[in-house]
Design a protein around this ligand. Structure first.
Ligand SMILES: [Zn+2]
Length: 250
């Protein structure tokens, strides 16, 4: 078994030596099935000691000290916090900082992790955007908060959208569909639709002035990529969590 975590990065963000970012896969790590192998979610039924060991492997691979991490207590909200110090942030699904050596994290298993960087003003953000957050435009609101608080110019902002559940695997009911514009919905049998959450997120970015060529997507479907990603929709309570992290070094 391979212990060393397999991590992924965005080419768009990887060109900046002072920026550290990555998102995890389920490869590497020490958890047993069904959480095999790199489960980074403590709120799962996995052995917490295994999860802690996985987190150590993940952050060591990135050369990040664990006392420099920020963990949002994700609640599928549109709550955004500007942070200056490490620790746990209550009820929050987006974090923004201009503080160097502070690393923002997000946990997902089908919801989209969104990584944001303004290389001009040296500001980073991370967003957890599932259907509830997307319905409340959490991505657009985060970009707006970066503009208002840090004077970030949208045309400078770079975005990486990590893996999430793709439209082909994302059936929703009528009640959920009412929150989304028709252009993101396809009929899928009586009272049901397929939802293109990824494209809805892209539109929330471009509406705020982020350039399309500054948006990189990992369009892998978490639900389909059984060996590569955890998927809550596929595995329910037997699903582990991936983690994303972004921050600037001084
Ligand atoms: Zn799929």
């Amino acid at each position: 078994m391979q212990i060393q975590p397999v991590l992924k990065k965005f080419a768009l963000l990887n060109q900046y030596p002072s920026l550290i970012h990555a998102f995890s896969t389920r490869k590497g790590g020490v958890s047993d099935p069904p959480f095999h192998y790199l489960n980074l979610g403590l709120s799962t039924a996995d052995d917490p000691e295994r999860v802690k060991a996985n987190r150590r492997l993940f952050f060591e691979a990135l050369n990040i000290k664990e006392d420099r991490l920020v963990f949002p207590q994700q609640v599928h909200s549109a709550n955004i916090q500007i942070v200056k110090k490490a620790g746990v942030v209550a009820e929050c699904d987006a974090l923004i900082t201009d503080t160097p050596n502070l690393f923002l994290t997000v946990q997902t298993a089908d919801c989209f992790p969104v990584f944001v960087y303004d290389p001009q003003n040296k500001v980073t953000a991370v967003i957890h955007s599932g259907w509830r957050g997307t319905a409340q435009n959490i991505v657009g609101k985060t970009i707006r908060a970066m503009r208002e608080t840090f004077r970030c110019a949208p045309q400078n902002i770079l975005v990486g959208i990590g893996p999430g559940v793709q439209k082909s695997c994302y059936q929703i009911d009528e009640k959920t569909a009412q929150y989304f514009d028709k252009q993101f919905l396809s009929p899928d049998g009586p009272g049901h639709f397929k939802l293109d959450l990824l494209e809805a997120i892209v539109l929330q970015l471009t509406e705020q002035g982020v350039l399309l060529e500054h948006i990189e997507r990992d369009a892998t479907c978490t639900h389909c990529a059984t060996d590569e990603y955890f998927s809550y929709r596929r595995d329910g309570n037997y699903s582990g969590r991936m983690m994303g992290v972004i921050g600037m070094v001084k």
